[in-house]
Design a protein around this ligand. Structure first.
Ligand SMILES: [Zn+2]
Length: 284
């Protein structure tokens, strides 16, 4: 892996990652030999960073944009790239989720950022143009991407979870099914299904794994370990939540547990409270 800018890594000749600062979303750039690109996830709030990375990596055009799932930080530049001629691809689950409440979520997330509407007066949520229910492949010149729906029983981290494999290069983009070094967002997910989704992924063959948030993990053993570590976080958190939902401990005790020991150094600590509150509200 080579760093070509403070937040941009080159994993392979044609595969780049924009690593989100402080645990913000990671984006992928896959460059075909002719300069046509597949972009993996995009957030309109960080469009300048994405455009700068596209020119730095020698991409002349974004032909495809893939949403690993429906959340705003992964899908909010769909319309932006659609207008520039890109075909937006996502799982059928992601498409359905965006159809159902994508507009409302877009307004909720984009609302607090009025400068977005000043800059992009016709900004709106863009739906994917092409969907798949199980797998799909994107063929660029010189590199093939395999997309795979990975939300166990229809909901893992979210309803749309899909991953990207580069089989020849041994690279896996796991989307938000994997977080490294940061507390996850669990409010859109189903934690026990999520564990199953992880179990399927960690059995795969890969040399590097790109999480949805956090640093790229290199080496098969380190990648498997990252999945194992995150899996045990989720499993523990789920048990803690169930104990709180049944009244055997307080929300504050769960929060204190998730901020200490093995978790003490994880970033984005404000997620914990939000995740707990949401779970307990739903459990009522
Ligand atoms: Zn995310």
């Amino acid at each position: 892996m080579e760093k070509i800018a403070p937040n941009i890594c080159q994993l392979e000749k044609s595969v780049f990652v924009i690593v989100g600062p402080e645990g913000t979303t990671n984006f992928g750039i896959v460059r075909g030999d002719d300069g046509c690109a597949l972009v993996i996830d995009s957030d309109i709030r960080r469009i300048d960073e994405i455009e700068a990375a596209l020119s730095m990596t020698g991409c002349s055009k974004v032909s495809y944009l893939f949403n690993t799932h429906e959340n705003f930080d992964h899908s909010s530049a769909n319309h932006y790239f659609e207008k520039k001629g890109a075909t937006v691809i996502a799982s059928e689950g992601c498409w359905k989720a965006l159809m159902k409440d994508g507009e409302a979520k877009f307004a909720e997330m984009g609302g607090p950022v009025p400068e977005l509407w000043q800059r992009f007066p016709d900004l709106k949520m863009g739906l994917p143009h092409v969907t798949f229910s199980d797998t799909a492949s994107v063929y660029l010149q010189g590199i093939t991407s395999r997309l795979r729906y990975s939300a166990f029983q229809g909901q893992g981290h979210s309803k749309g979870d899909a991953v990207v494999f580069f089989e020849k290069e041994g690279i896996l983009f796991a989307g938000d099914l994997l977080y490294v070094d940061f507390h996850p967002v669990t409010i859109y997910g189903h934690i026990s299904n999520w564990l199953q989704s992880i179990d399927r992924l960690r059995g795969e063959d890969f040399k590097s794994v790109v999480p949805g948030h956090g640093p790229v993990v290199e080496g098969q053993a380190a990648g498997k370990q990252a999945f194992a570590k995150f899996r045990s976080y989720l499993e523990d958190f789920h048990e803690q939540l169930l104990t709180a939902a049944s009244g055997r401990q307080s929300a504050e005790e769960v929060r204190a547990h998730m901020m200490s020991g093995a978790y003490a150094r994880l970033g984005k600590t404000w997620m914990v409270q939000r995740n707990i509150e949401y779970f307990l509200k739903e459990a009522r």
